[in-house]
Design a protein around this ligand. Sequence first.
Ligand code: PRP
Length: 211
Amino acid sequence: MPSPILVEHPLIKRHVTELRSTATAPADFRHLVSRLAALLAYEATKDLNLMPVEVETPMAKTTGHQLSESIGIVPILRAGLGMVEPVLDFLPSAEVWHLGLYRDESTAEPVEYYSRLSDGHPVDVALVLDPMLATGGSAIAALETLKRWGAKRTKILSIIASEFGIQRIAEESADTQVYVCAMDPILNDDKFIVPGLGDAGDRIFNTYPTE
Ligand code: PRP
């Protein structure tokens, strides 16, 4: 069972600090999510498999490398959308598949509202993007969908995770590798991460639903 990888870097720590702050406006929040997603993607792609490929330079023919696995980038709507572009920059030939899930406010259980994966041809490696991993319910539902589809390897890239959510993924999706920028200790009675950063989707899209 892979241990969760806490991606540690001074820039990650300062970006996460600014991301948490209530003083951070939506435009800055989006930039920070994007930078952190890039740093996570760098770490999460370190073990992608390669195969040799011939390349002709202006000077000679030589043998280089190309990816030997198909990669799927899978943002969980909505908040995961904020992480797509920087990851796609690293992996321009990746496929992007969207999964729509929201947390029912009264039960904190995930509700799936969008899933259109291809018939056949599942990707070899699925990179699930969601800035927040609280109870882990949304991530586990996404992982179940991707495994039913036939994805061979699954990874989750999340900016802030609760220790509870990480533990739950280890128990219920043991072969999934989790990459996070910060692990927070508390999940409060409303199942929000504390200290966390609030609702990532609302902060990215500047939407604050009224009661
Ligand atoms: C948030 C977040 C995750 C989920 C985490 O989404 O982006 O998808 O909650 O909670 P969990 O680990 O307990 O399932 P939300 O339901 O607020 O939807 P949104 O992205 O559309 O705002």
